[in-house]
Design a protein around this ligand. Structure first.
Ligand SMILES: [Zn+2]
Length: 686
């Protein structure tokens, strides 16, 4: 159900590294207004390999940095955004903003993160009272209370899709599945340090290798934190996590919202999931007054609750201790931070070198005060004219979609009416949110990084809990302006396009309309398409879970899209590995629908770009689209993407131009060229 496009996988991979991505190189986004002519390889026929035609020279002259799995437009823009954000934060950190202001908090948080000497000098003192509290737990009732106190708002099932928390469970506060007008609590499975149940249960060679190194890592962390008998403790902790993992749903199961729609009244937890003292748990979590919850993975709640009863108190205390230290290793003495990186960075992700402290500090500030930084970022890098122009494009694209839906002969009027209602009520956020997060309850103290992190997590949790039952703000954003991404928020029927993606080469107010429609216009159309596809059809115009497609419409849609899946099945990046057309179908549909709508929008704008280096306006439209997907990946990374990602590799995303009639006339593509499709074989969905 993830709508965070294109880079979910690398984002997840980065989260394993303290939520931080490596800056591998200086960003080099060229100052040109239009297509990047230098990237085009004129020796390749567009009709044979459109991706290589549009990007071939860039591919030839680009080397993948040693600490990266690949490079593309998104990584280049992310580097640029990170550098800009870093500059803003560094400026603030030395400018002495007024006490109590958000900017002062940014400065104090950043500086306290950088002060490694203070961190070393304090040793384990900052975490001592937490460790003492764990040590003083005497029975399962107190354990339940402590587990409840550890609950945080650290998961997100549908927007930024994060199914992982190392706490026993995680809380997500969002519009309800059936009552989308009010904020509702969703509870999700948790309890693991490794990224997913597969790491504990899979028999694959790579997972076995990681497991063999995990237990020594647990022991090493406990030893560095001053504990004795660490091997026995580590064995108990890994045994408990393995038992927890076996109760978890798989990633694919997590994505099925129909399986997740389980409302449990608070009083029912004791009978539905016996073992954990739920009254104490909810008391610890400050949720005793909440009447009901949506439980995403009931079998995990049953299983984990049973484990609280059946596994010894000592094992649970060891587990709590280790999880506390592991979660905060980045702000504890260096020996702990290094041991954590050696396992999670080097062993698990293959990254050889840890990034400089200040770069990690930028990510910490983005994590805890992202809107405070984003507000300054948007002011500096996203002028009102850019917002206005982007808004006008969105309006054109929505109009183009509306026309396409109206024109569909096969769709029933009732389905069309709800599709129309979804378009009419769609909120599209451009650049930055209309209101900013309030950080007044978040106390940031100079020189207290552990406390700053602890209070940051807690104040976010309290902010979310305080919203329960309140009216939903459909215009609320789920991304910061400095994020290079775009997102569809199905429960809010909303889209967010942050400022950091609304810049060249995706979007440039000074570039011709043809180029902007081909680049960002297609991205916008792609996100709108998700509102109507097989996944979007689960949510109605009010964001409620309700299938509004008639069965025969759905059948027609499935038949049309099966043809597209079959087309993608023919793509083979390696002789022994083909793209799985079904796995990538939602994204392939969105790419094709987005491109079709973007082309309509561009035509409706009636703007013809002047010829550039011999390329016509229409050619520039398609080249701009093809250049969105210019990428270079290491073989292992490409194989992994083909096997595990819902997004097809960039090459095939660019090649979907072969389904659009206007591309044939733009480049005079003829039968016999490799991408040529006879008109009846071109897939037309909307
Ligand atoms: Zn998508």
């Amino acid at each position: 159900m993830n709508r965070v496009d294109r880079f979910l996988k690398s984002v997840l991979a980065c989260l394993l590294l303290y939520g931080l991505c490596a800056f591998a190189q200086n960003a080099s986004i060229q100052e040109i207004h239009g297509i990047a002519v230098d990237n085009i390889d004129r020796s390749v026929k567009p009709g044979d390999d459109f991706h290589r035609f549009a990007n071939g020279n860039w591919i030839k002259r680009t080397e993948i940095p040693p600490d990266r799995a690949g490079i593309d437009v998104f990584t280049r823009l992310s580097d640029l955004s990170s550098q800009r954000t870093a500059e803003l934060i560094k400026e603030l950190a030395t400018s002495n903003p007024p006490a109590g202001s958000n900017l002062r908090k940014v400065a104090d948080l950043f500086n306290s993160y950088l002060d490694e000497a203070a961190i070393e000098a304090k040793g384990l003192t900052p975490v001592k009272s937490n460790l003492d509290a764990i040590a003083s737990i005497h029975d399962k009732k107190q354990l339940a209370h402590a587990l409840g106190e550890a609950l945080r708002a650290d998961v997100d099932a549908l927007n930024n899709t994060n199914y992982h928390t190392a706490n026993l469970f995680g809380l997500w506060v969002a519009p309800g599945f059936t009552d989308s007008d009010h904020y509702t609590p969703y509870l999700m499975q948790g309890g693991l340090q490794l990224p997913d149940r597969e790491y504990y249960t899979s028999n694959s060679e790579s997972m076995q290798k990681i497991r063999a190194k995990y237990q020594p890592h647990v022991a090493a962390m406990l030893k560095l934190a001053g504990f004795s008998d660490v091997d026995a403790r580590a064995a108990r902790i890994v045994e408990l996590e393995t038992a927890i993992a076996k109760t978890h749903r798989t990633l694919a199961e997590n994505e099925d919202i129909h399986k997740a729609n389980n409302t449990w009244r608070r009083a029912e937890f004791t009978t539905k999931a016996p073992g954990l003292d739920w009254d104490e748990y909810f008391k610890g979590a400050g949720l005793s007054r909440v009447e009901s919850f949506i439980v995403w993975q009931p079998e995990a709640f049953l299983g984990e609750s049973e484990l609280v009863a059946s596994v010894s108190l000592e094992s649970w205390k060891d587990w709590l201790t280790f999880h506390l230290i592991e979660a905060h290793a980045g702000v504890l003495p260096k020996a702990l931070a290094l041991e954590r990186f050696a396992f999670f960075g080097q062993e698990l992700s293959g990254v050889q070198q840890q990034r400089p402290r200040w770069e990690r500090g930028v990510s910490v500030v983005n994590g805890y005060l992202g809107d405070a930084v984003g507000q300054v970022y948007a002011q500096k890098y996203f002028p009102p004219e850019a917002k206005e122009k982007a808004q006008a494009m969105v309006t054109e694209l929505i109009a183009a979609f509306r026309k396409r839906i109206e024109a569909l002969a096969w769709m029933n009027p009732s389905t069309k009416a709800e599709a129309e209602a979804k378009l009419s009520t769609l909120y599209v956020g451009i650049g930055y949110p209309e209101t900013w997060h309030d950080y007044s309850n978040y106390e940031v103290k100079p020189g207290d990084i552990f406390g700053n992190i602890w209070r940051g997590d807690l104040s976010e949790y309290q902010r979310q809990v305080a919203r329960l039952g309140r009216a939903v703000d459909r215009k609320e954003w789920s991304m910061t302006p400095q994020t290079v991404n775009a997102v569809n928020l199905p429960l809010q029927n909303a889209l967010n396009f942050p400022a950091a993606i609304l810049q060249p080469p995706f979007y440039d107010p000074e570039a011709p309309a043809a180029v902007n429609y081909g680049a960002i216009g297609e991205v916008i159309g792609h996100e709108i398409s998700h509102t109507f596809d097989t996944e979007g059809s689960a949510f109605d115009s009010k964001g409620r879970v309700r299938n509004w497609w008639t069965p025969e419409d759905l059948k027609h849609f499935e038949a049309a899209t099966a043809k597209l899946a079959a087309q993608y099945d023919t793509y083979r990046p390696f002789p022994d590995l083909a793209v799985n057309g079904k796995q990538t179908l939602g994204e392939s549909i969105a790419d094709l629908a987005g491109l079709s709508a973007a082309y309509d929008g561009y035509k409706a704008s009636r703007q013809v770009a002047p010829t550039v280096d011999g390329f016509t306006s229409d050619q520039q439209f398609f080249i701009a689209f093809g250049q969105n997907w210019g990428e270079k990946l290491r073989e292992a990374a490409l194989r992994q993407q083909v096997m595990t990602d819902g997004h097809p590799p960039g090459e095939y995303r660019a090649d979907t131009v072969r389904n659009i009639d206007a591309w044939y006339s733009a480049f005079d593509v003829k039968p016999g060229e490799k991408l040529y499709l006879a008109p009846e074989d071109r897939v037309r969905i909307w």
